[in-house]
Design a protein around this ligand. Structure first.
Ligand SMILES: Cc1ncc(COP(=O)(O)O)c(C=O)c1O
Length: 437
């Protein structure tokens, strides 16, 4: 044994400053509804639905029971050339929540897998349509699409890319973040629709016949809550249509009620060709992701192959029984408790509460949409990101879980949040901002 914290040494933690964490570990040991409990016995109000994922709140008995039942009935069965009932049922239920036409569902185990699957499916669709020269994938600066090689290739966060090689032939749109013109916007910022024309410029640069798909988060969450400018997504859709490019919306964060509807696509009236999802699909109780594909595009792939396997892609755990059971129970809860409408109904209250932080020390922008808020802090000179990280730690020590990303504090509570809890979140942040240098 080499010191007190050796018991923490073996777990190489993801996206974590391992040395700093292990020197001062903060652990969660249980959860219920809106609260976590820490290892030192404190209640922590969950301002982030875990990691944007436990939309129905924690440890819902209906989900736990469904998982337990599946585990003792059919713990695992393959879905390669064989099947079991739950993923078929879940696929139909997910399809019913998607925008019209996107009713073919491919299951994965995470957001990253959903993204890489969607990119591969896009390439398969283009080839099936006789457009095999279309291999280029377009992402966006500041985009986050998980950590697979496909995801980091189209992603736009430098730290996720610089150490790793990415796939050839990709390109990026500029990001839409513009505090100069849009600071303290409520909902969609007014300026920036013209940034969608970057896609046309890439068409003019590379040739439409080389571009398979463009992928964006309708609202970029992990990179600090970047809400699309008015008209931006519509313009992307038009340029895709004109140029035979598939439009993929990465809805890993926005699907399942986060912006007051089953998907951002439906909430905001822009229909992509492919949607990726994960997180809220199972309330995060069992890992699962999915890709929804327009029926005619799915059919193009299926019909292009005369016999045998049509898409050489999949995971051992695609449609896993426990995940499928959790998904079905989760979708039942969302419907029974009307949680997507609830998020919609609470959005105005949420927006007012978040924007109440305007004028507080260090706050240079606040962005809100649905039940999401991004509070951007002035970076500390010479120490970017330190201020938000200190606020994250101070909040945790004061019983509130928020998310720090760069110099931005992001909030995205479970959709069961009460108004008093919203007041508590922003009230605590207001106090703590005064204590941070
Ligand atoms: C938009 C988006 N895509 C993909 C991912 C990756 O999901 P996972 O961490 O489940 O692989 C995330 C995770 O936050 C995300 O926000």
């Amino acid at each position: 044994m080499r010191g007190d914290n050796d018991q923490l040494a073996s777990f190489w933690m993801p996206f974590t400053a391992n040395r700093a964490y292990k020197a001062n570990p903060r652990q969660l040991v249980s959860a219920s509804g809106m609260y976590y409990r820490s290892s030192d016995g404190r209640e922590i109000l969950d301002g982030t639905a875990g990691l944007w994922c436990s939309n129905a709140g924690h440890c819902r008995p209906e989900i736990a029971e469904a998982i337990a039942k599946a585990a003792s009935t059919l713990d695992f069965a393959p879905t390669f050339q064989l099947g079991h009932p739950l993923p078929f049922e879940l696929a139909q239920r997910v399809a019913a929540l998607m925008p019209d036409g996107l009713d073919r569902i491919f299951f994965t185990n995470s957001g990253s897998e959903s993204v890489d699957s969607a990119l591969k499916i896009a390439l398969a669709i283009q080839r099936a349509k006789g457009q095999g020269t279309r291999t280029r994938l377009i992402g966006r600066e500041r985009g986050y699409h998980g950590t697979g090689f496909g995801g980091i290739t189209v992603g736009g966060l430098v730290n996720n890319r610089r150490v790793f090689s990415t796939l050839p032939g990709a390109d990026h749109l500029r990001h839409t973040h513009d505090i100069g013109r849009n600071a303290f916007a409520r909902g969609f910022p007014r300026h920036g629709a013209e940034l969608a024309d970057d896609l046309q410029r890439l068409v003019d640069l590379h040739g439409a016949e080389t571009i398979a798909a463009v992928i964006v988060e309708p609202m970029a969450g992990s990179t600090g809550v970047l809400v699309p400018p008015v008209g931006y997504l519509q313009r992307l859709r038009e340029i895709c249509d004109r140029n035979g490019i598939l439009l993929i919306f990465d809805e890993v964060i926005t699907a399942f009620g986060r912006v007051g509807a089953p998907t951002a696509s439906e909430a905001w009236g822009v229909t992509p060709d492919i949607i990726t999802m994960a997180k809220g699909l199972t309330n995060a109780a069992v890992p699962m992701g999915a890709v929804a594909v327009k029926r005619e595009l799915h059919d193009a792939v299926i019909d292009s192959v005369p016999g045998g396997i049509e898409l050489f892609h999949g995971y051992t755990y695609s449609g896993h029984p426990l995940a499928s059971a959790a998904g079905l129970a989760t979708l039942d809860l969302y419907a029974r408790d009307g949680l997507f409408d609830r998020a919609n109904d609470l959005a105005a209250y949420w927006e007012d509460a978040a924007h109440g932080l305007k004028g507080r020390r260090h706050v240079i922008d606040i962005r809100t949409i649905g039940l999401v808020a991004g509070i951007e802090l002035e970076p500390r000179p010479g120490a970017p990101t330190a201020r938000a990280m200190e606020l994250f730690h101070a909040a945790f020590d004061n019983g509130l879980l928020v998310r720090a990303t760069g110099d931005i504090i992001a909030l995205s509570p479970p959709l069961i949040v009460e108004k008093a809890q919203i007041d508590e979140m922003f009230g605590k942040l207001a106090e703590l901002l005064e204590t941070i240098d």
